[in-house]
Design a binder for this molecule. Structure first.
Ligand code: PNW
Length: 536
């Protein structure tokens, strides 16, 4: 393990840290440069679908303000940025026989170049929920297994071909549980299908989520097969999936509640992770769903098993688990934040499903590493301060509860790596910016940067400064590191914005601080600028 060569309170020098976003949540500009509609365009405009009745047409206007976003990333000193590609900007109608949109490709291509020029590693999600609307109309999106697997693989191929010379970290899907359950079961996310006829005129919550999940797994697996067979050798990147999943703690010591916590994990995480890493659905899911759980053919399973180079972990909270109830989407387990003695697990966030409980973060890392034996990238983690949206900006910038959350989590992260030996390779806070929080509209803010939606001005919060400082202190600076003004090239191929010599230095771990003399003047100006900006 790389950690053995680093001092006891430091993460490895090549640890990637940064912030995450998603296309529909930040870009806006739904009609720019030939973009096609996604399922979130109409859904977010339909009455009653978002808390504040607002849609994603402007969001944080990042399609236009991308340079400001890059400036922020530089000022925070991130190593990496996780963002997603909007499928309908690249293939407006989405399908394998539909035209590719060069203007959309150019936008992302320029953005990737701009990241690399700043020494920031792009960590790219292919699918973060904005399915091309045309594919929903053609065959109901993720319910049309045979079609979607081929269309998704084709979309992935276009992305590997056009961006894979520069992108070395790929995520196929963001949070299959949310895609399937919230989109096709509870009906609270696009496309909003549900058996609840108050909510939707169409849908069957008892069958569709499990069918959608099956298609997501197969689509992911076929994209990975394609990458490994045709791209990996020459491009040299890694590819995997990112799953949501919160730690599940038994409500008390009773055997049925201990078992309930495992059932919660089986449905929240094992539904996807067990087939992908272990080669089968969890036994409990079969028991719970019977023949409503689709089966993999042996040929499908051969593609699915082992189809992720790492474990992409999105996590936010810990749930206390009690056996009982009939909510299959939670494994027929009841969740609470109230302990048997009446106390709360942690500080309540703005959204009901989230409380601050850092020990759960460490426990989850340990559970996942032990069960799936893969290096872990924490691809999302964050907190929404209660009532932040109604505070004056000055008050919101001092986001004490979010700082507390991140202080706990970073402690847990370090303990998991240094004391427990968990192989964690990266960490991304959710989110770089306050943004369009799906069904919550803009009322729930997850950003480490405050966005004033009247002016679109960005203001770093205390939490952003905290993470910037924490990672600066806990990730050794590679000896040769400067902020390159243009991507360095090796054999004509840009390698993550640094050349392989720098990477080797990084991998070996620096023994001493970087000699700064040679670039003293510009470097000193640069650090002074960052410090002034962050108020450090
Ligand atoms: C994730 N839940 O979504 C998504 O990946 C982000 O796009 C989103 O903004 C972020 O977390 C914050 O919500 C989730 O109900 C949505 O447990 C809902 C849940 C979890 C994650």
């Amino acid at each position: 393990m790389t950690t053995s060569t680093t001092p006891s309170n430091k993460l490895p020098a090549d640890f990637l840290w940064g912030f995450a976003t998603a296309s529909f949540q930040i870009e806006g500009s739904p009609n720019a440069d030939g973009r096609g509609k996604s399922i979130w365009d109409d859904f977010s405009k339909a009455p009653g679908k978002t808390l504040d009745g607002r849609d994603g047409d402007v969001a944080t206007d990042s399609y236009n303000r991308w340079q400001e976003d890059l400036d922020l990333l530089v000022q925070y000193g991130v190593k990496s940025y996780r963002f997603s590609l909007a499928w309908s900007r690249i293939i407006p109608l989405g399908g394998r026989n539909d035209p590719v949109n060069e203007a959309g490709i150019k936008w992302y291509s320029d953005f990737i170049d701009a990241l690399l020029e700043r020494g920031i590693t792009p960590f790219v999600t292919l699918y973060h929920w904005d399915l091309p609307q045309a594919l929903h109309e053609r065959y109901l999106g993720w319910l049309g297994k045979d079609e979607i697997v081929q269309d998704y693989a084709h979309y992935a191929r276009v992305c590997f071909e056009r961006f894979g010379d520069r992108v070395k970290h790929w995520l196929t899907m963001n949070e299959p549980w949310c895609i399937s359950i919230l989109g096709y079961g509870r009906g609270v996310f696009a496309p909003g299908r549900s058996s609840d006829r108050m909510r939707s005129t169409e849908g069957d919550s008892s069958t569709e989520p499990w069918i959608a999940g099956h298609s997501v797994i197969l689509s992911h697996a076929h994209a990975v097969k394609l990458y490994r067979e045709e791209f990996k050798q020459k491009q040299g990147g890694q590819i995997g999936i990112t799953l949501n999943g919160d730690w599940a703690m038994p409500y008390d010591d009773s055997p049925q509640n201990i078992e309930a916590a495992q059932h919660a994990l089986d449905v929240a995480i094992g539904w996807f992770a067990d087939p992908i890493y272990l080669g089968h659905y969890p036994a409990y899911m079969k028991e719970m769903l019977g023949n409503r759980l689709p089966e993999f053919t042996p040929e499908e399973l051969a593609v699915v098993k082992g189809s992720s180079d790492f474990y992409g972990m999105n996590t936010y909270t810990t749930n206390l688990c009690k056996a009982g109830g009939d909510d299959e989407f939670q494994g027929c387990v009841e969740y609470t934040f109230t302990r048997p003695d009446g106390t709360q697990l942690g500080t309540q966030a703005h959204c009901s499903w989230l409380q601050d409980y850092a020990p759960g973060f460490r426990d989850l890392l340990n559970y996942l590493y032990k069960r799936y034996r893969k290096p872990i990238y924490v691809t999302e983690n964050g907190f929404a301060v209660k009532d932040e949206n109604t505070m004056a900006i000055e008050e919101a910038l001092h986001d004490e509860d979010r700082v507390h959350y991140y202080a706990g989590v970073t402690d847990s992260l370090l303990a998991a790596v240094k004391e427990d030996g968990v192989d964690v390779r990266g960490y991304f806070g959710w989110s770089l910016l306050d943004n369009f929080e799906w069904a919550d509209g803009y009322v729930t803010r997850f950003g480490v940067t405050y966005v004033d939606y009247d002016t679109q001005k960005r203001y770093p919060k205390d939490s952003g400064k905290f993470l910037s400082k924490w990672f600066k202190e806990h990730v050794p600076q590679p000896a040769a590191e400067t902020k390159p003004s243009s991507p360095l090239q090796e054999n004509g191929v840009i390698v993550n914005g640094v050349n392989s010599k720098t990477q080797r230095t990084k991998a070996n771990g620096p023994k001493t601080a970087a000699p700064k003399q040679s670039r003293k003047a510009p470097f000193a100006r640069f650090t002074a600028y960052i410090s002034a900006f962050l108020g450090l």
